[in-house]
Design a protein around this ligand. Sequence first.
Ligand SMILES: C[S@@+](CC[C@H](N)C(=O)[O-])C[C@H]1O[C@@H](n2cnc3c(N)ncnc32)[C@H](O)[C@@H]1O
Length: 312
Amino acid sequence: MLGTVRAQAERYAGFWCDLRLRTMLRTLGSCTVSPTSPVDNAFDAAERETWRGRAQAYRDTYALLCAATVPVLLDAVTAGPGTRLLDVGTGTGSVALAAVERGARVVAVDAEPSMVELTAARLPASAPALVAALPVLPFADASFDAVTANFVLNHVGRPRSALEETRRVLRPGGVLAATIWATPAEVGQRLVPEALAAAGAVRPSDLPVLAAEDDFERSAAGLAGLVRSAGFVDVAVRTERWVHVVARDDWWAGPAAGIAAVGRTLVAQPEKVRRAAYERFVEAGTALVGPDGLLRLPHAAFLVTGRAPAGG
Ligand SMILES: C[S@@+](CC[C@H](N)C(=O)[O-])C[C@H]1O[C@@H](n2cnc3c(N)ncnc32)[C@H](O)[C@@H]1O
């Protein structure tokens, strides 16, 4: 895998002809990028399990929901021709692909090999997709003008360390833009979790929560505080709202494929509870169905931006 990563990065360096990337290649020569990406806590281990082999299922379900914030993320980092942009936790590459279309010089990374494989197939050769897991990125200091992380910080075991690492790879004055799900959760965010709760579903014991010392308050202020504590300046948070329109069974297909904590919870239930949860979901969803028969699911996300200090 490291050989593949090096080959991708070499193509990339050839395209850029950039001294910093030569440094990045030297870094790759000694880094620990592996097909499975190392984990250092129980939360990360559970996350790896959650995403393992699920790239196609993610692309066909939740990726369509998460794509809503792509334009605002790219606007927030003023992605345009020549911007050196790193998309962390790229998933199936929605942000990376849109950034390429804006003329940015893109690198995409994800902890899950099936995501990287799928994203690599969507991106041009000039935009490598690599297996790498926060909080360790295989790039030299100050390699990028912009870092994006669309719904990733809520999936990492050490969010502060992950953010510090994104600051390290940003040049002084470079911009981070990241999203997480907003609180209080909108109706669309609550639909499946509430159906599970009403059916008596029990959270699986192998789904850990963040260690107290790694956690942060899930509010705009809590997110801003986290990003500031990782050394960013000019930190701002705003709420993005949109309505996701989707067929009822397509929406159920995401958790039914075991995606994210809600999916892990659903698939861990006995058949009887799963069936009851689906019935509750259908019942509660009736009020959200539009004239075309599709669900209209309001969602909200916090978008945080921050700048790496000019002094490095
Ligand atoms: C909700 S998906 C978001 C994907 C993508 N950003 C999008 O907009 O569709 C979360 C992604 O984060 C990745 N991920 C989870 N933990 C990670 C880590 N420690 N480092 C890098 N990626 C991680 C998962 O593999 C998954 O692809």
